[in-house]
Design a binder for this molecule. Structure first.
Ligand code: ADP
Ligand code: ZN
Ligand code: ZN
Length: 719
């Protein structure tokens, strides 16, 4: 008797046992099955076979039907799914659901790979009258064989082809996936550092290694990826590339496709279900040579995995923050290790975690210190806002520099990490401030839309004409990208100004259009948020202005300074990529702040060195491990008392520091009151032990009724 261990997408922390049908061989691990589950018939994934079950035989049910002829996931990937569930303390079914494209989750079949349809000859005359459709198809195929996914095949051709196959007039043969790709790589000759980095990666093909590729922006990291990828493809192995956000980096996809001249599949959540499934199937069948995707692509099956690349490894978007919470980067390293292939983590501003691994020799390190060719590093200077106050975000020195660069035909990029017109709206007479009715937060005024919007819960409400308290006029405070755009329009009449933020990039293709205009030189000034700082290449930009660096200087989160340093360096890196030297102006009210001074004089490395020392002294990650228990409730106080009871239930434990419970810094959000309890330890086993106790005890606590709570492993934002 074979017992199937099945992961079912229900919020229960276990696998479920089912009987395999006796008639056929049992569905192998990695295949989907439909199972009876209460009154539902969900799709599950067989993750293992077993000889026996803890359930009494009369309670074991048989599966309803197998759904796949062959496994969707290979053993290494099944191990990764299992590891993910254990490490992140999530139900195995939830992990499997995150790994499967929606149509497969719903039980739809895996699409068949395209096949080649060919005719043995043109249609005989007799057929043209009797069966004109079949004849037309035969004639078409006689000119040249087609692929089954060829859009030029006439509608309904499959039925006609089936009859012709039966009569021996047409053949349909599965197209074998290429055994290897030529990966013609026409590109710049690599400089010494690039060549060394590529050679080191190539030398590791076929075995596990993790390597940080630390190269300043524009130093040619992508050329190193391409070079190593080309060699991997020539050996017939696929390359998986993880990027923070694909919509923002269409250039990277094009560059891989064009330079490697091999099929590239793109996987991200904004794709329509069918497209995503097709890309997934191509990855699995080995038809796609390169698979480029966002964090969830770390679970994409690969027929012949050879190399994993994580670009911008420091980027917080590589982490999934909802549902299954995981780090795509960390899982990429684990997957490479389970598969026995190299993984490359690339960044100009590596995370302190990765940097420490590299320093202590657990990861290899390849450095690209220079920009190739004539491109030089940008000059960075601070503008002291106390001496040069800004009006609507713009100080006199910044305006002066903008004029000079624009006159010299350079483009200007201004970074402001706040969308909307103004982050607050207040009454000039009584001091009333427009605050979200669901959150402890202010509404942002979106003037174009004429709305007040909460950036924390998404609430969207009409703009009051006057102060609801006293009827006086309302005034905006501070500035967002909309306001900056307006101010620039007045300062630089006649110039074309574009804005990149979440409001201007909602529609599909809008990012591409904005970027095209910048690249073609039609746009002179570009205003944008964080979105713009991600991996774009703006060769014509010679001046970058950071409107306000101060938001990140005094952040409560221990990662705030790391984030700020990364953003500043990334934004600065957009300038002066081509042969014109770039200039960067950073507006701040705290020019003497050590973080800014260190960045200015020593660059990211000097910053990171000091930041690692601070983390070591304070025992923050990467010098300790963290787990956050978060709870929220519809009424105040409940989350706090639940977490207090959790702390009590756990008691003191050797080697474990428990911080809290504390209300979340924004306690009320989206109408729920939130609190958190933080666990810190040097030892993962100690943390796991504490979690195990809590997972058992917490559900029994009376204080937990009506509450939502969950663990977050390695939380990125403590607040
Ligand atoms: P990164 O990925 O580090 O930001 P890229 O690989 O995009 O850098 O390279 C930046 C620019 O420099 C690109 O236009 C690229 O074509 C060019 N480049 C990279 N390596 C070389 C090289 N060895 N010789 C000449 N140009 C290069
Ligand atoms: Zn008022
Ligand atoms: Zn809100």
């Amino acid at each position: 008797m074979t017992i199937l261990k099945v992961a079912v997408d229900v919020p229960l922390d276990s696998l479920f046992d089912y009987l395999a049908p006796d008639s056929a061989p049992p569905p192998p691990p990695g295949t989907r099955v439909r199972v009876p589950f209460g009154r539902r018939r969900p799709v599950g994934l067989v993750v293992a076979h077993a000889e026996s079950s803890d359930l009494p035989p009369d309670r074991l049910k048989a599966i309803i039907e197998p759904l796949d002829a062959a496994p969707l996931f290979d053993p290494a990937l099944l191990k990764l799914l299992d590891w993910t569930a254990r490490y992140y303390q999530e139900p195995p079914g939830l992990v499997v659901a995150a790994a499967l494209p929606a149509p497969l989750r719903q039980g739809k079949p895996l699409p068949e790979p395209p096949a080649r349809v060919s005719a043995r000859g043109p249609a005989p005359d007799a057929m043209r009258k009797r069966a004109p459709k079949q004849a037309a198809l035969l004639d078409l195929l006689a000119t040249a064989p087609r692929r089954t996914d060829d859009p030029n095949l006439p509608p309904g051709w499959r039925a006609a082809a089936a009859r012709l196959v039966a009569r021996g007039l047409v053949d349909i043969e599965a197209e074998p996936a290429a055994a290897a790709w030529t990966a013609a790589l026409a590109g710049p000759a690599l400089n010494e550092a690039q060549a060394a980095a590529a050679a080191a990666i190539i030398a590791d093909l076929g075995r596990f290694s993790a390597r940080l590729l630390f190269g300043v922006t524009g130093s040619g990291k992508t050329e190193v990826y391409l070079s190593a990828a080309a060699e991997c493809l020539r050996r017939g192995q696929q390359v998986l590339v993880l990027v923070p956000e694909i919509g923002l980096t269409p250039q990277l996809v094009q560059r891989f496709a064009a330079r490697l001249a091999a099929p590239v599949a793109v996987l991200h959540s904004a794709l329509a279900g069918g497209d995503r499934l097709a890309a997934w199937a191509d990855a699995r069948s080995g038809r796609a040579a390169v698979v480029i995707g966002t964090r969830s692509a770390v679970f994409a099956p690969l027929a012949r995995p050879g190399l994993i690349i994580v670009d911008e490894e420091h980027d917080p978007s590589l982490r999934q923050q909802e549902g299954l919470r995981y780090s795509g980067r960390d899982l990429a390293v684990m997957r490479a290790s389970l598969t026995g292939i190299p993984v490359v983590l690339g960044s100009a501003t590596p995370s302190l975690e990765t940097l420490r691994h590299a320093r202590e020799g657990r990861y290899g390190l390849a450095h690209l210190p220079e920009r190739p060719g004539a491109a030089s590093h940008p000059r960075v200077a601070l503008v002291d806002l106390r001496r040069h106050p800004a009006t609507e975000g713009l100080s006199a020195p910044l305006l002066k520099a903008m004029r000079a660069h624009l006159e010299a035909q350079g483009q200007v990029l201004l970074f402001l990490n706040r969308r909307g017109f103004a982050p607050a709206l207040f009454c000039t007479s009584c001091g009333w401030v427009a605050e979200c009715r669901h959150c402890d937060a202010r509404y942002t005024w979106h003037r174009r839309a004429g709305r007040l919007r909460c950036h924390h819960c998404g609430d969207d409400t009409a703009l009051p004409g006057a102060c609801p308290g006293c009827g006086a006029d309302l005034r905006p405070a501070g500035e967002g990208t909309e306001r900056l755009e307006d101010a620039l329009g007045r300062e630089f009449p006649g110039l074309r100004i574009a804005r990149i933020d979440r409001d201007t990039t909602q529609r599909r293709g809008s990012v591409d259009r904005i970027l095209d205009d910048v690249h073609a030189g039609r746009t002179q000034i570009l205003v944008g948020t964080q979105m713009m700082a991600k991996g774009h290449d703006f060769p014509g930009v010679t001046l970058v202005g950071v409107i306000n660096a101060d938001q990140g200087l005094f952040g409560a989160d221990f990662r705030a300074s790391e984030r700020l340093a990364q953003t500043l360096v990334q934004v600065a890196g957009r300038a002066g990529r081509a042969d014109r030297p770039g200039e960067v102006l950073v507006q701040t009210s705290y020019p003497e702040h050590p973080l800014l001074q260190r960045l200015l004089t020593g660059g990211y490395e000097a910053f990171a060195e000091a930041a690692l020392e601070e983390r070591r002294a304070a025992r923050w990650p990467p010098f300790s491990h963290l787990v956050m228990l978060r709870a929220d409730a519809a009424r105040p106080g409940l989350a706090m008392s639940f977490l207090g009871a959790c702390r009590e239930a756990l008691g003191m434990r050797e080697g474990l520091l428990v911080l809290g419970p504390a209300p979340a810094p924004m306690e009320r959000r989206g109408g729920r009151w939130r609190a958190q309890l933080l666990f810190q330890s040097d030892s993962r086993p100690v943390l796991r032990g504490a979690l195990a106790v809590l997972r058992e005890r917490a559900p029994e606590l009376a204080e937990g009724r009506g509450l939502r709570w969950f663990f977050e492993i390695d939380p990125q934002d403590l607040f």
